[in-house]
Design a protein. Structure first.
Length: 314
C-alpha cells in the first residue's frame, strides 16, 4: 500500500492547483430599486469580482423568469464590492417587476437574490399660462400625461370655484392627448380662483392631484410719464372684480430693482363690476412705478399693474 501514497498526494495536489486556478466566483447582491416612475426605474446592487475580470447585468421582467436584461457592464478584476446601477424604461404602469443582479467571470456565474418593485400609476402636473392667471384675461391649462397609454388618451378637466365646497364638475369638453401625452385647455377669461384636476383614460385610468389656480386681480395704472420736479402727479386706475375699500399701494423701484411702497390709497365704488382709485403724489426724481391691489386672497389674489417709467425734469 505504501507505494501508492505518493501518487495519491500528487493527485490531491493537482486538484488543489486546479481549484486555485479557477478561483472564487464573483459576488452579486441585489439592492432596492430607486427612481421608480410610471414607465421606468433604476435597478441597483453591488458586485465583487474577487480577482477575475467580471461582467454584470440585471435580469428583469414581470415574473421570476425575468425575460429581459440590461446591457453588460465590466467592473474589472478587483477584490472589493462596487456599486452597480442600471436605468430601465418602457415599463407598464402600476405593474410589479422582478429583477436580480447577475455577475459572470471565468470563475463562474453568481445570481443575486430576487427583488421586486411596483411602477407608479400614470400621472400629470397641471400648468397655468400665465401663472397666475389674471381676472377677465385669457389663460391656458396644460400638462403631459406620463404612463402607459399616455398618447391618445381622453383627458377631462374638472374644477370647482372658491371656496371649494362644491363637488368637482366638468369644466369644458374633453380633449385627446397628443402622441407624447401633452394636452391643453384654452379659456377666454379667468373668472376667479379655482381648483382643478384631470381624469385620463390611460392604462390604468387615473385622476390627478388637485391643483389650485390663484387668479390675480386685474389692476390698471394711468399716469403721465413726464412731470416737473415738485409738481403733483395723479396716479389712477381701476380694479376688476370690484373690491371697494381695499388698499392700493403705489410703489417705486429702488436701485436694487425691488419695488418699495411710497404711498397708498383706498379703492372706491365705480360699478358692480369694478372699483377705482386715485392719488396725487409730488415727485422729486425720475423713477419706475407700479400699483398693487392688496386683495383678500379669496376669490381673487393680489394683483400688480404694469410698470410705468416717469421722467422728472426741471
Amino acid at each position: 500500500m505504501r507505494r501508492f501514497v505518493p501518487a495519491l498526494l500528487l493527485s490531491f495536489a493537482a486538484l488543489a492547483s486546479t481549484a486555485n486556478a479557477a478561483g472564487t466566483p464573483p459576488d452579486a447582491v441585489t439592492a432596492a430599486a430607486t427612481n421608480i416612475g410610471p414607465l421606468g426605474a433604476q435597478l441597483n446592487g453591488t458586485a465583487n469580482a474577487n480577482g477575475h475580470a467580471t461582467n454584470v447585468r440585471f435580469q428583469y421582467g414581470t415574473t421570476t423568469k425575468y425575460g429581459k436584461s440590461t446591457p453588460a457592464q465590466a467592473i474589472g478584476q478587483g477584490s472589493t464590492a462596487v456599486p452597480i446601477a442600471a436605468a430601465i424604461g418602457k415599463l407598464k404602469s402600476n405593474t410589479r417587476y422582478h429583477y436580480r443582479l447577475v455577475a459572470t467571470s471565468s470563475a463562474g456565474t453568481t445570481r443575486g437574490p430576487d427583488k421586486s418593485f411596483v411602477t407608479a400609476k400614470p400621472t400629470t402636473t397641471l400648468a397655468f399660462t400665465p401663472n397666475p392667471p389674471t381676472f377677465s384675461r385669457p389663460f391656458t391649462i396644460s400638462g403631459q400625461l406620463v404612463g402607459t397609454g399616455a398618447g391618445g388618451a381622453t383627458v377631462t378637466l374638472l374644477g370647482r370655484p372658491f371656496p371649494f365646497t362644491a363637488a368637482f364638475a366638468r369644466v369644458t369638453n374633453p380633449v385627446i392627448s397628443n402622441a407624447d401625452g401633452t394636452y391643453s385647455f384654452a379659456f377666454t377669461a379667468a373668472q376667479g380662483t379655482m381648483q382643478f384636476q384631470v381624469k385620463a383614460t390611460t392604462d390604468p385610468a387615473f385622476t390627478s392631484p388637485i391643483t389650485t389656480a390663484n387668479v390675480a386681480s386685474l389692476i390698471s395704472l394711468h399716469v403721465h410719464t413726464r412731470v416737473h420736479k415738485g409738481h403733483l402727479l395723479r396716479f389712477s386706475g381701476s380694479v376688476l372684480p370690484a373690491q371697494d375699500g381695499l388698499i392700493v399701494k403705489i410703489q417705486k423701484r429702488d436701485r436694487a430693482g425691488v419695488f418699495r411702497t411710497v404711498a397708498h390709497t383706498t379703492l372706491s365704488h365705480d360699478s358692480a363690476a369694478k372699483s377705482s382709485y386715485s392719488r396725487r403724489l409730488r415727485l422729486k426724481r425720475t423713477g419706475t412705478y407700479q400699483t398693487v391691489v392688496v386683495s383678500n386672497g379669496g376669490a381673487v389674489s393680489p394683483g400688480v399693474s404694469n410698470a410705468v417709467s416717469i421722467r422728472v425734469s426741471g
